[in-house]
Write a protein that binds this ligand. Structure first.
Ligand code: ATP
Length: 248
């Protein structure tokens, strides 16, 4: 297996002894955009949090570039679902993006010129420079997503774990988020994104991970995003509307 990949090995996470995801095994190469799909309660958020080191693992682990990860890492950035974030928290766009640098700062060190430069460049690449002094409460949903992505860029994270970033966005914001994600992927970032809208999977992602507590399938969209796999994941025949794009 290439070392330029994220590997999940025999991963089980339980809440109060009840497994939310169990014995997951898969690997994904860097520079790809990967949809994590599955019905409500399938364990999508749990998987992203487990990779980010934010929940205890019952068994198994995560390897990145061949190295075993433990706990939170600067290489990984987790963006929670929007409703989990307190958007009324009194801070500016720039303030949030600066937080991306604190992981790499030692407590005795000041914000240096290279920290400033990383923040400037992150704001610039997410087209947030004109909005940098704005309170985060005064942003649109699409702009809020870009603030979090800019924070991940300032952190210099390589793996971006995004929990339903498209939910609640209007069409133009979705398109601009897609564009931003394409740019990040072309920079070699690995994007793991929990997602609900099956009709946009083929246009948005390179690979899929189909999950329902256990791993149902994973692989390139073309081979894996099939009617049969979707029925095994969601357990019903609701995919006639997608039939034009789906392999049999
Ligand atoms: P959704 O699509 O609804 O966001 P999901 O696929 O992201 O769902 P998770 O949120 O990972 O699923 O939840 C997986 C299972 O773990 C569910 O049965 C959920 O009720 C349970 N669960 C999640 N978080 C906790 C928690 N903090 N304590 C107890 N059980 C939890």
């Amino acid at each position: 297996m290439s070392h330029h990949s994220l590997e999940v090995r025999d991963l089980t996470v339980s809440y109060r002894r009840i497994p939310a995801i169990h014995h997951l095994d898969f690997s994904v190469p860097c520079g790809q955009s990967v949809a994590v799909l599955g019905p409500n309660g399938a364990g999508k958020s749990t998987l992203l949090k487990a990779i980010a080191g934010l929940v205890d693992l019952e068994s198994g682990g995560v390897l990145f570039h061949g190295k075993r990860m433990s706990g939170a890492s600067q290489e990984f950035a987790y963006l929670p679902q929007r409703e989990m974030v307190d958007w009324d928290f009194p801070t500016t766009v720039r303030g949030v993006v600066e937080m991306g640098r604190y992981l790499s700062l030692r407590w005795w060190k000041r914000f240096s010129t290279s920290d400033e430069a990383a923040v400037e460049s992150a704001l610039e690449s997410m087209q947030l420079t004109p909005l940098q002094d704005r309170q985060i409460s005064a942003l649109s949903g699409g702009q809020q997503q870009r603030v979090f992505l800019a924070r991940a860029l300032a952190q210099e994270a390589h793996v971006l774990l995004l929990d339903e970033p498209f939910t609640g966005l209007d069409q133009p914001s979705m398109e601009s988020l897609r564009e931003v994600l394409r740019t990040l992927r072309s920079q070699g970032k690995l994007l793991l994104i929990s997602h609900h809208d099956l009709s946009s999977v083929q246009d948005t992602f390179d690979r899929v991970i189909l999950l329902n507590g256990e791993l149902i399938a994973d692989g390139p969209v073309k081979e894996t995003f099939t009617r049969q796999n979707l029925e095994r994941t969601y357990g019903m025949r609701v995919f006639s509307g997608l039939s034009h794009g789906l392999p049999i």
